[in-house]
Write a protein of this length. Structure first.
Length: 401
């Protein structure tokens, strides 16, 4: 279905931005870029076109859109919420201004100011929800952006375990109107299996931080569990929920999320055969992955990769699927291995695109105009940034020539 690309050109090194805090990277994790085997351009590049909307940001992490067509963007370590657009600057890029800096945010490697989601009633209540790290925990708070002074975060959920790594942090309102949040295992894998612990979960709540009606476990915020570090969530037009998850050292995952399901971590990573555990739809090696964000346009899931410095275009089956199917297909060997489950919802081998073009790609979100916004993460201490980093990229689809 596709061939992998040639080695991407070496990215020149530049000094860190002066407003960036130092990042202490744990070892022995390997963050080196692996382009994968083969020669020639990635087949997925024939299906997409890109343009830079904004440059010279500092680890843009969360993105949410407002009714006026602008977006609010969080920067993980500067603790800023930026308003991006809808106007343009003289150089053609979208305008950027600081809305506020969030007090109480603690930046500790992967922690900081993470997800953001605008209230579905933002035009009336002017409220956004943020996920951030403190010295004690990860928490979710709401901010009222009414222009009356500096907004103060009002916590709706505290006590989410935090650490230097695996903080989760994505926020999004689902088609049912409830707020969903991803949490990481905070480097304690066993907590992902503990239903009384908020680590390693996908949570579903009201705008007051209470368990939403219909949650699978009575009185609990937990929607699904057994996750290591899910950082991307999205829904298709049928209301099916998907999550991109960062694995450990063997497989990264794209999952279809169903209420009450156990996704296996740390008992299994990738595809398994343990009764009671739900397998991913697709997996790939971290050398060509470290999967982070997911956005869905039609029947295509756009999945971003940090270490792999690419996106995957994953063709989702539009008809009936069998999430319990054990049939697995695969392609590639070693670090280039990819596996998927056709009957569970993946119609063919995921295609990679943009390999090495923009460096580490983190967030993916569908914009109001149907395009996909991608954010880069080259100033997080795990790549050599160029002066234009970090960026927001607009991706659209095209017919191949």
């Amino acid at each position: 279905m596709f061939c992998a690309c040639t080695q991407a050109p070496e990215r020149p090194t530049t000094s860190p931005r002066p407003d960036m805090e130092p990042t202490d990277i744990p070892s022995p994790t390997d963050f080196h870029f692996h382009p994968g085997p083969g020669r020639g351009a990635a087949v997925g590049d024939r299906y997409v076109r890109t343009e830079t909307l904004v440059s010279r940001l500092a680890i843009p992490w969360g993105v949410t859109f407002l009714p006026d067509g602008s977006a609010l963007v969080t920067e993980r370590h500067t603790k800023r919420i930026l308003k991006v657009g809808p106007g343009r600057r003289a150089n053609g890029e979208l305008t950027v201004r600081t809305v506020t800096t969030v007090e109480g945010v603690y930046t500790n490697n992967e922690g900081g100011l993470l997800g953001i989601a605008a209230s579905p009633r933002f035009a009336k209540d002017r409220t956004v929800f943020i996920y951030y790290t403190t010295k004690k925990d990860n928490r979710i708070a709401k901010l009222v952006l009414d222009g009356k002074g500096r907004p103060e975060p009002k916590a709706i959920l505290t006590g989410i375990p935090g650490a230097g790594v695996h903080n989760g942090g994505r926020l999004a309102f689902g088609p049912d109107g409830y707020l969903y949040a991803t949490t990481g295992d905070a480097a304690k894998g066993g907590d992902a299996q503990d239903l009384d612990n908020l680590a390693g979960k996908i949570l579903r709540m009201t705008m007051d931080g209470k368990p939403a009606p219909g949650n699978p476990f009575p009185g609990s915020l937990v929607w699904s569990y057994g996750h290591r570090n899910p950082e991307g969530i999205a829904w298709d037009s049928r209301g099916r929920m998907f999550s991109a998850e960062i694995g450990e050292a063997v497989w990264d995952e794209l999952n279809m999320i169903l209420p009450g399901r156990n996704y296996g971590w740390p008992r299994v990573q990738g595809m398994g055969n343990i009764p009671g555990l739900t397998n991913p739809l697709a997996v790939w090696r971290p050398e060509i992955g470290v999967t982070n964000g997911v956005a869905i346009v039609g029947n295509t899931a756009v999945v971003t990769c940090l270490r792999g410095q690419r996106i995957y275009l994953v063709n989702l089956v539009g008809g009936a699927t069998n999430i319990s199917s054990r049939r697995i297909m695969g392609s590639g060997t070693g670090e280039a291995s990819i596996r998927w489950r056709p009957a569970a919802g993946i119609s063919g081998r995921p295609m990679d695109a943009l390999i090495g073009k923009y460096g580490r790609i983190r967030t993916a979100i569908v914009a109001p105009d149907g395009s996909v916004w991608l954010t880069t993460s080259n100033r997080d201490g795990r790549n050599d940034p160029v002066p234009e980093d970090d960026r927001i990229i607009r991706l659209t689809f095209r017919r191949p020539r």
